[in-house]
Design a binder for this molecule. Structure first.
Ligand SMILES: Cc1cc2nc3c(=O)[nH]c(=O)nc-3n(C[C@H](O)[C@H](O)[C@H](O)COP(=O)(O)OP(=O)(O)OC[C@H]3O[C@@H](n4cnc5c(N)ncnc54)[C@H](O)[C@@H]3O)c2cc1C
Length: 314
């Protein structure tokens, strides 16, 4: 259905970057419409359980509190937003989006604030046991696994930091990584690799997560260089996935320039390769993925889009 609805600034993604773009769009006299796939605004803030220490003005608040403040801010400013509005298709050249596969909306300018989502393993049991032994946050779930065997999958900062968090919470921790090298910074890496209680299994892939009501075991395959692959069953109660993130840019694949990993390529003001379309926040692979960066990026694209719209009128 083409609802015929047209906004002068159509923003896809209701995380910090999209919210900042909406606020600045309004401030510049535009009438933004913000579309968010989830049931709440906030993006990654909704799964950030640490207290903020690095974002100016939000000291001590956890992600959900910040998300709530941002939502109230939009409401007070009278900015239109829609949740449960998954954009399934985008026509960048026409600045048209399809929401929930049924409704078409058009923008005079389009902002992509799509953010990132957690990378998945795509193995049996991963989805089935989500919340029943499979977790993506040690900070949130550590208390449930004290005194129990847990496995952490990954080789970056997240996996190493989570290993330490879970060990401190009294879990018996095994870190599993598919290769023999780690992306994690030395600060975390050295502490884990020399830790007396944390077991590290390199060259090991998770093949399946199994159990009945809850996770009970994982099947792994170890294939060290020069050795024949060997499968092993490890009894565990918890599986923590710390596999990093991927940009949520599938809806614009082939329409705007992306890098090899799918992040959107923009100029310094957030312009994509398609005229009239801007991108901001984590979806553009910022040097620092953070709230501060997302807010700044969002404000910048709103101004760039505003200038472009004004130029179109002349
Ligand atoms: C656990 C954790 C802790 C963190 N701690 C900090 C911290 O202490 N300090 C700090 O500065 N930063 C922190 N961050 C990073 C910060 O949260 C991100 O950098 C920031 O959220 C990026 O904002 P964004 O709007 O670019 O993307 P996101 O927050 O990823 O938001 C993107 C939004 O777009 C929506 N979306 C995507 N595709 C579609 C679609 N097709 N249709 C509709 N909507 C769509 C998503 O649902 C999402 O809501 C943390 C992140 C995590 C995960």
């Amino acid at each position: 259905m083409d609802s015929g609805a047209r906004s002068d600034l159509l923003i896809v993604g209701g995380g910090p970057a999209g919210i900042a773009a909406a606020l600045w769009g309004k401030r510049l006299g535009l009438d933004p419409l913000l579309l968010e796939a989830g049931s709440q605004l906030g993006g990654q803030l909704l799964r950030s359980y640490n207290q903020s220490v690095d974002c100016p003005g939000f000291y001590g608040l956890v992600g959900t509190d910040i998300a709530e403040r941002l939502t109230i801010h939009l409401i007070r400013e009278g900015i239109r937003f829609r949740t449960n509005a998954l954009v399934t298709q985008v026509d960048c050249a026409a600045r048209k989006v399809v929401v929930n596969e049924t409704e078409t909306l058009t923008g005079r300018a389009l902002v992509l604030a799509l953010g990132v989502r957690k990378r998945r393993l795509g193995i049996p049991g991963e989805r089935e046991f989500a919340g029943r032994g499979v977790s993506t946050s040690a900070t949130r779930d550590k208390g449930r696994y004290a005194g129990r065997e847990v496995i952490i999958v990954g080789g970056g900062d997240g996996a190493f930091e989570e290993s330490l968090i879970l060990d401190e919470a009294g879990c018996r921790v095994t870190l599993v990584h598919r290769s023999g090298t780690f992306r994690a910074r030395p600060l975390y890496r050295d502490r884990v690799l020399t830790h007396p209680r944390i077991r590290v299994m390199t060259h090991t892939r998770l093949l399946a997560i199994e159990g009945s009501q809850q996770v009970e075991r994982v099947i792994v395959e170890r294939s060290a260089p020069g050795e024949a692959p060997r499968q092993q069953v490890i009894p565990v109660s918890g599986v923590f996935l710390a596999l990093g993130v991927v940009p949520a840019t599938e809806p614009v694949a082939g329409q705007v320039e992306r890098d090899a990993e799918g992040y959107l390529i923009t100029d310094r003001h957030g312009a994509t390769s398609c005229p009239g379309v801007w991108a901001c926040g984590d979806t553009t692979r910022p040097l620092l993925s953070s709230l501060s960066t997302a807010f700044g990026d969002g404000a910048t694209v709103a101004k760039a889009a505003f200038d472009w719209l004004m130029a179109q009128k002349q």
